[in-house]
Write a protein that binds this ligand. Structure first.
Ligand code: SF4
Ligand code: SF4
Length: 336
């Protein structure tokens, strides 16, 4: 996770005193192990629960012994977290492991961020029947981007990956969002359609594009979908129309002293699970991804500069060789 599309960070609110100094420290006095700035980008999971069971996702192979805890974030916990990060955050993405529309307080959480000059995004399967009032509050929240993750132009094709989805609900939600965006003149909200392409839907790419255009969304994107094939992690090669080993997808992202790359999860951004615990990074649904530190119970400084985080940063930079004492999840990381 880098800083993403930098244009989406630009706003006059960057110049709020603390946020500006935090950004300056990140840019000019970045530090090594213990950092004197706080993350600029946050993923806060309003719900680590999902209503679907997409085959490659952690929700498909649910196993409480190995997977992260599932919950819906309470407004009380969100307020505690928000007050700790509001002076530093440039962008908050309200999604990670689950479906954000399952949290009934989502529009109010986003509104608080917008009022504080923080950019916001969600990504949703759109298959939750939330009703027009919820969607109206969502548009009124000032949200910057709503990504509709839909992998087909009809129920049958979408369900091949989005197992358990309902295309009638998706249609109703997207139509309502587009209508509300127009009627409320919500120019700063981008409604984006995102399709993952796989072996079973790539042939329908043009039909999917036509359907998305008919909905009247602002943007349409296609990305390679990932899948397990005979115990191999693969992703769909859009140009050559075949599966390829997904290791190749990340080969340019090796983060160590040879490549000189820093892991952005360790230096720029952080993820907060729906129960308030810090998550090391979004690349895994394994239990080890969840740190013991809770951002509800601890200060942002203490969780961001925990002993394990400091050790892992020093290891990433090649300053230390001590792999034993880095974050549990990072010990398994093939990028580090
Ligand atoms: S919709 Fe997203 S979170 Fe839900 S099962 Fe599918 S990939 Fe996972
Ligand atoms: S597992 Fe650790 S080192 Fe690997 S990408 Fe995630 S945070 Fe970075």
């Amino acid at each position: 996770m880098g800083l993403g599309n930098k244009k989406e960070y630009l706003s006059f609110d960057i110049f709020k005193k603390k946020r500006f100094w935090n950004l300056m420290k990140f840019l000019f006095i970045p530090g090594k192990g213990k950092l004197n700035y706080f993350p600029l980008r946050y993923n806060i999971d309003p719900s680590s629960v999902c209503n679907l069971k997409c085959p490659y996702c952690i929700h498909c192979k649910d196993n409480d012994n190995t997977k992260i805890k599932k919950s819906i974030m309470s407004m009380e916990d969100f307020l505690i977290i928000f007050n700790k990060i509001k002076d530093y955050a440039l962008l908050i993405e309200f999604y990670n492991f689950g479906e954000p529309l399952l949290n009934k307080n989502l529009p109010e959480m986003i509104k608080m961020c917008s009022d504080f000059g923080i950019k916001t995004r969600i990504s949703s399967n759109m298959s939750v029947d939330v009703g027009e009032d919820f969607l109206s509050r969502l548009i009124d929240s000032g949200i910057n981007r709503i990504t509709c993750a839909v992998d087909g132009h009809n129920d049958e094709i979408n369900k091949k990956y989005r197992v358990g989805s309902n295309f009638d609900i998706i249609t109703k939600n997207i139509n309502t969002l587009v209508k509300l965006k127009k009627s409320k003149n919500a120019k700063k909200t981008v409604i984006s359609w995102r399709t993952l392409l796989f072996e079973w839907n790539y042939a329908y790419k043009e039909d999917i594009k036509k359907t998305a255009m008919e909905f009247g969304v602002d943007e349409i994107n296609f990305d390679p979908g990932s899948f397990m094939l005979n115990d191999r992690k693969v992703s769909w090669d859009i140009s050559n129309k075949k599966w390829k080993d997904s290791k190749k997808k990340f080969s340019k992202d090796i983060i160590n002293k040879q490549s000189g790359k820093k892991c952005s999860f360790l230096f720029n951004s952080t993820i907060v699970n729906a129960n308030g615990n810090l998550i090391t990074c979004c690349l895994s649904g394994e239990k080890e991804a969840e740190n013991k530190e809770s951002l509800v119970l601890n200060s942002l400084y203490d969780v961001w500069n925990s002993k394990e985080f400091i050790n892992t940063r020093l290891y990433n930079l090649g300053i230390s060789d001590d792999r034993q004492n880095i974050l549990e999840l990072c010990k398994k990381c093939r990028l580090l």
